[in-house]
Design a protein around this ligand. Sequence first.
Ligand code: SAH
Length: 345
Amino acid sequence: MKKHDSEKKAIIELLKSSGEDLDRLYREADETRRKYVGDEVYLRGIVEFSNICRNDCLYCGIRKSNRKIVRYLMTPEEILDVAKMMVDTPLNTIVLQSGERPGPQDRILGETIKAIKEHTNLTITLSAGNRDYDTYKYLRDCGMDRYLLRFETSNPLLFETFHKGSTLKERLMCIEHLKNLGVQTGSGFMIGLPGETYETLAENILLCKELDLDMIGIGPFIPHGDTPLKDIGNAYDDKEIFFKALSVLRIFNKEAHIPATTSYDAVFKGQGRKLALKRGANIYMPNITPTKYRKEYQLYPGKPHITDNGEESIKYAISTIGSINRPIGQGPGDSIKKRRKTCQL
Ligand code: SAH
């Protein structure tokens, strides 16, 4: 049997663990996390700077066809104000996330990145969808350090079903561009998109490994009431699968940064991200979007802290991490791969 096939089989078995085997899976993921990336939990502040999007992804609450939300774009000054607020906090990375809107707006984004670099020593991550090589290069030259772009599902047919007019191949090409540009690259997928099977999930985990990513973000698919998938539930009945996938992901991607994503808290109220940190994750991303915009950026329902401000979200993150006796990471918290490369220079 080829290595890929035998690994896939092993992953599917792990994903079906129960009882003592499941306890062992969680323990092994936690030990792997401790051994390879340490006990520190790095904080990344996420700013959802715009919900304007050209795409109509079937699952997403900010898809172009959703007329129920008010579209917004934060000004460069507003973004810079949030960045300056972070300076006195333990958050050393700002993640700028938005809908996908390529075009003249990218120049303004580039200028905003330059301004953040001038006024702070924050590390900058962008998460704004597909772009061509030259645009990614321009943004990198402006000071962008990292990029997050999930492949969402490794099944090309499912990908095309959920993203009309776009292909998995294009998405993977974007990820290659980013890696070639030396940008720390994150990707990942949703767990339980309609039509997905255990085999798809195993392939998703293996694709992350193959891409040799710096960061991997995954989380449950949560149906949104104002999307075409509103009446279609998650592909799995058993919610435990969301943690099983996270633990297996850690075991197969030992050195990657893996965030405890917000969607875990949407499913497991107040406990999800905490449990994710105990089952393989090592990153926490408090939402620091100005309060007035938060309700317009609901990719899925049940997002916590919709009425909080940045300080409150950060406080909540610090107390969550403290409650499981883990230290907060100091410094930029670059990926292990990047740190190793820097050492060799
Ligand atoms: N426009 C950017 C940012 C996307 S939002 C991009 O395309 O990369 C970040 C992530 O939210 C998406 O990659 C997707 O995996 C997740 N997401 C969107 N809708 C969701 C839903 N209904 N349930 C769970 N996660 C969702």
